[in-house]
Structures are given as C-alpha cells and as structure tokens.
Design a protein around this ligand. Structure first.
Ligand SMILES: C[S@@+](CC[C@H](N)C(=O)[O-])C[C@H]1O[C@@H](n2cnc3c(N)ncnc32)[C@H](O)[C@@H]1O
Length: 185
C-alpha cells in the first residue's frame, strides 16, 4: 500500500457537507455509538465523522481524535467549536509512527478508522495499539477507499487484524469503500 499521507488541503473536500450524499455519518455510526462512550478516531482529517461521533457520545462521552497533520487538527477544532462540541473532543497530534494511545489502555468502547489505515507506516503496529485501547468484545469499524486499496490488500489487512486479536463481525456495505466491523476478542 502507498503509505502516503493525504495532503492537508484534501481535508476540506473530505469534510464537505456534499459528502453526506455518499457517506451519511449518522447512518454509518449510529449502530456502534451511544451516549457516554469513549470513542477513538485515528486519522480524523478535518472531522467529517468526528462531529457526529461527538453528538452521539453526548456530554458524558468523549472522542479522542488523533491526526499527524496539525492543519487537519486546527480545522477540526474550529469546526467543533462552531458546533459547540469541542468540550467532548480531545484532538491530538499523533507521533506519526504510532497513535500515542498509552493513556487510553482498555478504555475505548469503539474505534473508527475511516480511510486511514492504508496511509499508516505500520499496519501491524496500528492493530496492536488499537487492541490495547479497545475493551474486549468492543468493535472497530474499518473502512478503506476502494480506489486506493485493492480487494487483495484489504484481505491482507484483515489478516493482520486477525493476528492481533480481531475477528470479523460483519462486512457493512459503505459506498466507495471496502469495510469490515472487527471485534476485539
Ligand atoms: C484520507 S484522510 C481521512 C480523513 C477522515 N477519516 C475522513 O474519512 O474524512 C486520512 C487522515 O489520516 C491522517 N493520517 C495519516 N497518517 C497518520 C498517522 N500516522 N497518524 C495519524 N493520522 C494519520 C491524515 O493526516 C488524514 O487526516
């Protein structure tokens, strides 16, 4: 896979309201997220999904969004402030070679990894790290863009997930993606 980080300015397109015609965040996320949850979102970009995650976890919940690009995080925080959701979003800059999630061990109820895993330098490390933060029995929604990640590459990613303690629970149909819901055993 490419491991090329998407340019920061692409973040504006990804966070455009027009994208809702293809990816409705409420429809995609509501089956997984409820009030009070702690949700981790690696690679949030400018927060297209983060805002809906924050609405769904409500005031008692929190969303930890980790991106490697400061410009993505700056715009995410701006949008969250405007939507009055910043109080429940912890937007962090990640170290790049990992997610820097040591303080969240065993605390996450749900992880969303949307269009990010193919950009990471180490997929094994990603799943190993996520398996330490996710509570047993809880789910990770993995979605990769189908025009950037082939069926074969996605199958290889699922195999790495399996080796790190994740089972495939379902394969949701999300437009323009190859997706899987993984359960941390
Ligand atoms: C294609 S964008 C997807 C953004 C968002 N998930 C969405 O679907 O709109 C990928 C995001 O992952 C971030 N990213 C890439 N490598 C990363 C890393 N090593 N750690 C954290 N974030 C990373 C990029 O900066 C970018 O914001």
């Amino acid at each position: 896979m490419s491991h090329r980080v998407c340019p920061w300015w692409v973040g504006y397109f990804l966070a455009s309201p027009l994208r809702r015609l293809v990816h409705n965040p409420t429809t995609i996320l509501r089956p997984f997220v409820s009030e009070g949850m702690t949700v981790v979102e690696p690679g949030p970009g400018m927060g297209f999904f983060t805002m809906e995650l924050a609405r769904l976890v409500g005031r008692p919940g929190r969303v930890v969004a980790i991106d490697v690009q400061p410009k993505m995080l700056m715009e995410l925080r701006r949008r969250a402030g405007k939507a009055r959701l910043l109080d429940r979003i912890d937007a962090r800059q990640g170290p790049g070679d990992g997610m820097g999630l040591d303080d969240l061990k065993g605390q996450a109820d749900f992880v969303l990894a949307f269009a990010v895993v193919h950009e990471l330098p180490g997929i094994e490390r990603f799943f190993a790290e996520v398996s330490t933060v996710l509570k047993p029995g809880r789910r990770l929604l993995l979605a990769e863009p189908h025009f950037q990640v082939s069926a074969r590459e996605f199958a290889a990613t699922l195999q790495i997930a399996d080796q790190n303690g994740f089972l495939v629970d379902s394969r949701p149909a999300i437009q323009w993606t190859r997706s899987a819901v993984l359960v941390r055993v």
